[in-house]
Design a protein. Structure first.
Length: 132
């Protein structure tokens, strides 16, 4: 259902992502709002790694509600508040991405609504068409 496009005429991806992902026609699309590293009890983990796990677990729950899984992710947009958070975010992200890896963008931003937040992750997923 998903076809990666990594043309040999451009530099290979820097990390575990695809330059482009082709989605078959008639797929269902699910757009997830940005997820922050906050637990259901409103507590916030201290590290970027723990917050990233929470972001992807929140995404997993949203996708599950739509009958999809992490393997259906076709695009990730992620934001961290400092360059020092890049390795921690990427290590956790790599545990959650499927094969083929989705298209992905990672940006450094000045902050989020609350200063405790270090990372935010939003995704687009494409699942098989169904008869809803």
């Amino acid at each position: 259902m998903l076809t990666p496009h990594n043309p040999e005429v451009i530099r290979p991806p820097f990390a575990l992502y695809s330059h482009g992902i082709e989605v078959q026609a008639a797929s269902r699309l699910l757009f997830c709002s940005g997820q922050l590293g906050v637990r259901p009890d409103d507590s916030i983990p201290d590290t970027v790694e723990e917050q990233t796990v929470r972001c992807f677990e929140n995404v997993r729950a949203i996708l599950g509600a739509g009958g999809m899984t992490l393997a259906d992710i076709v695009r990730i947009n992620a934001y961290v508040t400092d360059r020092e958070h890049l390795p921690g975010y990427m290590a956790v992200r790599d545990r959650y991405v499927a094969d083929p890896p989705p298209a992905s963008t990672l940006m450094i931003v000045s902050g989020f609504a609350r200063p405790e937040f270090l990372v935010e992750v939003e995704v687009v997923a494409a699942g098989a068409a169904d008869e809803r």
